[in-house]
Ligand binder design. Structure first.
Ligand code: NAP
Length: 290
């Protein structure tokens, strides 16, 4: 495991950029014009934010950062290109819109949100390559410090690797105890692609799991902290979301304990639980709406 002692530490991406070790997830943090939660997260100490054009939180995040007077260089900002924005020209346009929403002139990380624009889409290989070509240009122009993907399976990544000049630095996937996507994680780590965890605490569906509760109690932490720490010990970047100051702070307090080997093995091989039902190839148990 990479040595991590605080939120200021991070993982080095395959292009040398440092990706801080814990980010704040902004999906469903800003209803209407409410920047309260985002400003609270900044007050709680978060400087690394994970947003996406699809979330509708970019502009509220930009506003919160401005109002709180946080210098741009202290921040690590990730956003994502939505399914309807894929394609060479569309990507360039969507990126400019994202910058405008955030009120910044560069991103730290820009990701393709999903490999396919819709379930069963046949021409995804060409669409992904065209989209990636635009991402590479944004990267070369210095408008984004690193580029990557989200919800890509190994064969989606291979399509890019076979055709790209800049390798993806990141793959952001659903990852938590009970759904660790071992095959994809192993592939990415072998390829030097950093894995980031969305829904690292299973969107709170894991909080009452008996084994996790027992384990968390032994370490004197909450189940959420156990899940966040689990990701870190797997060299995976957790992006927890919370709307309460106490839990925002708790989710950063994950450097004072270490999960033992037997527990790590148990967490990595427990029965599937808490899966969102979303799968990159579609055919999910629920429709792939996010
Ligand atoms: P999550 O972070 O696993 O779970 C959030 C839920 O856990 C909220 O209901 C929150 O409640 C609760 N919670 C947080 N900390 C807690 C604690 N310490 N104790 C008890 N409950 C706690 O799920 P998520 O929001 O789905 O995922 C996180 C981020 O990943 C998103 O915000 C987004 O940035 C990203 N994401 C990306 C994708 C993708 O396709 N790339 C998909 C989904 C999500 P409270 O708010 O009440 O604290």
């Amino acid at each position: 495991m990479t040595e991590l002692h605080s939120m200021q530490d991070g993982f080095v991406l395959n292009n040398g950029v440092k990706n801080p070790c814990v980010g704040f997830g902004t999906y469903k943090t800003a209803d209407g014009s409410d920047t309260e939660v985002l400003k609270m997260a900044i007050k709680a100490g978060y400087r690394y934010f994970d947003t996406a054009s699809f979330y509708g939180t970019e502009a509220f995040l930009g506003e919160s950062i401005r109002e709180m007077g946080i210098p741009r260089e202290e921040l690590f900002l990730t956003s994502k290109l939505w399914k309807t924005e894929m394609g060479y020209h569309e990507t360039k346009q969507a990126f400019e819109e994202t910058l405008k929403n955030l009120g910044t002139d560069y991103l730290d990380l820009y990701l393709i949100h999903w490999p396919l624009p819709e379930d069963g889409y046949q021409d995804w290989k060409k669409l992904d390559i065209d989209t990636w070509r635009a991402m590479e240009e944004l990267y070369r122009d210095g408008k984004v410090r690193a580029i990557g993907v989200s919800n890509f399976l190994p064969y989606h990544i291979e399509n890019l690797l076979e055709n790209c000049e800049v390798r993806p630095a990141v793959n952001q996937i659903e990852f938590h105890p009970g759904y660790t996507q071992e095959f994809t994680v192993r592939y990415c780590q072998e390829q030097d692609i950093l894995v980031q965890a969305w829904s690292p605490i299973g969107r709170s569906s894991l909080l009452n799991h008996p084994m996790l509760m027992e384990m968390a109690e032994r370490y004197g932490v909450s189940v959420a902290q156990l899940c966040i720490r689990y990701a870190l010990q797997r060299n995976v970047v957790p992006l927890p979301k919370s709307s309460a100051m106490e839990r925002m702070k708790q989710n950063q307090d994950v450097f004072g304990f270490e999960i033992g080997r037997e527990d790590m093995l148990r967490l990595g091989s427990m029965a599937q639980t808490g899966w969102s039902g979303l799968h990159p190839d579609g055919g999910s148990v629920r429709s792939a709406s996010k």
